[in-house]
Design a protein around this ligand. Structure first.
Ligand SMILES: C[C@](O)(CO)[C@H](O)COP(=O)(O)OP(=O)(O)OC[C@H]1O[C@@H](n2ccc(N)nc2=O)[C@H](O)[C@@H]1O
Ligand SMILES: Nc1ncnc2c1ncn2[C@@H]1O[C@H](COP(=O)(O)OP(=O)(O)OP(=O)(O)O)[C@@H](O)[C@H]1O
Length: 319
């Protein structure tokens, strides 16, 4: 009998920036209690999943050569978790990551790939599964994975995995400065714990004003409120980030913040034109490896369709 092999599925998935990241106490499970406001940005990865007799993973773009292409990759772990959830054995899939999100950059690149893999395989395997069910699997893979599924702007609590949408009326324009090397998320949280034992690093206040600024849509109001408790720890581990943050504001951004656990710095700009100008000036300042412009909010992991879809491969037929 002939079995028709479904065509590969490609999913586009956004990076995140934390507009507000307040870090609470260390819990017994090793995680910190968080209150964060995420925004999904137009800086994306693309993940293609395809049925194959030779399962494996390929990585192109950001992190090529440094991100593991084995069973420890978060995209592969997502495939295994979904397969287990629906009672399939070892996933017979090829996963191709085309990464635009910097690896270990504080922009949830690995989490994005995991979320995209869940959405891609749900489509490839024709599963009857809701996004909320996928989010439960996502939360088991990492604190940032559920947000990459939903995208938009959201308030995250717990260890960051419990989400409610936040009204955001405006498209905000960002410049992102990638650093030459990544930072390990657990090391940054540990550094914050150390700083808190030794002293009193700044703690940002309530998230309510940020939520109000998002509803108003005024980037100037939002710029005054960007805050990240992990910034002191990221800067302590990577002192050069101070210069980067200063350079972005000197170049004309309204404000800058370290994204999540860093080291990527995110600069909020007045409008799209200003963002392009800030990016050009920052590129010449010699304070970072790469500069990108992006806007947000954008949707979460989505199967790519329409005109910009990669041309589908003709279906292959296995005897
Ligand atoms: C810094 C953020 O990006 C902010 O959105 C996230 O909190 C990190 O999320 P993530 O990379 O998905 O992190 P996970 O894979 O869940 O956790 C990696 C490690 O980071 C630390 N971690 C993470 C989240 C959290 N709320 N508290 C923590 O202390 C823990 O040491 C954990 O073992
Ligand atoms: N698909 C993947 N993409 C990037 N890194 C991955 C992936 N899978 C596993 N990793 C590992 O996870 C580590 C963290 O990568 P990631 O890009 O998710 O960091 P991050 O953006 O700082 O995460 P977050 O913002 O969620 O804390 C990398 O150093 C890499 O070894």
């Amino acid at each position: 009998m002939l079995a028709v092999v479904p065509p590969p599925v490609t999913v586009r998935v956004p990076a995140k920036v934390n507009l507000h990241l307040s870090v609470g106490d260390l819990r017994e499970d090793g995680y910190h209690e968080l209150v964060t406001v995420f925004q999904a940005l137009s800086l994306t990865d693309e993940v293609t999943v395809a049925v194959t007799e030779e399962p494996g993973l390929e990585i192109y773009g950001e992190g090529e050569g440094s991100v593991p292409a084995d069973g420890t990759n978060l995209a592969w772990r997502a495939a295994e978790a979904l397969a287990a959830h629906v009672g399939r054995g070892e996933p017979k899939v090829r996963i191709v990551l085309r990464k635009g999100i910097p690896a270990a950059g504080g922009m949830a690149g690995g989490s994005a790939d995991a979320a995209a893999t869940l959405v891609g395989l749900a489509s490839l395997w024709n599963l009857d599964i809701t996004r909320d069910e996928l989010a439960e699997i996502a939360a088991g893979l990492g604190s940032d994975v559920p947000f990459a599924l939903y995208g938009g702007t959201a308030l995250g609590t717990g260890r960051g995995e419990q989400l409610v949408p936040v009204l955001s009326r405006h498209t905000f324009h960002w410049v992102l400065a990638f650093d030459a090397e990544g930072l390990s998320t657990p090391k940054v949280f540990k550094e914050l714990d150390r700083l808190r034992v030794d002293g009193n690093p700044p703690r940002i206040g309530s998230h309510t004003p940020v939520v109000e600024a998002l509803a108003s849509g005024d980037p100037r109001q939002l710029a005054l409120l960007l805050g990240n408790d992990l910034q002191a720890a990221a800067v302590s581990l990577r002192p050069g980030l101070r210069r980067t943050l200063r350079a972005g504001v000197n170049a004309g951004a309204l404000a800058g913040t370290v994204s999540g656990s860093g080291p990527t710095c995110a600069f909020l700009c007045e409008d799209a034109q200003t963002a392009v100008e800030v990016a050009a000036e920052l590129s010449g300042a010699g304070v970072c490896r790469t500069v990108r412009v992006a806007h947000g909010p954008v949707p979460g992991a989505r199967v790519v369709g329409g005109d910009d879809a990669p041309r589908p491969m003709p279906p292959r037929v296995h005897a």
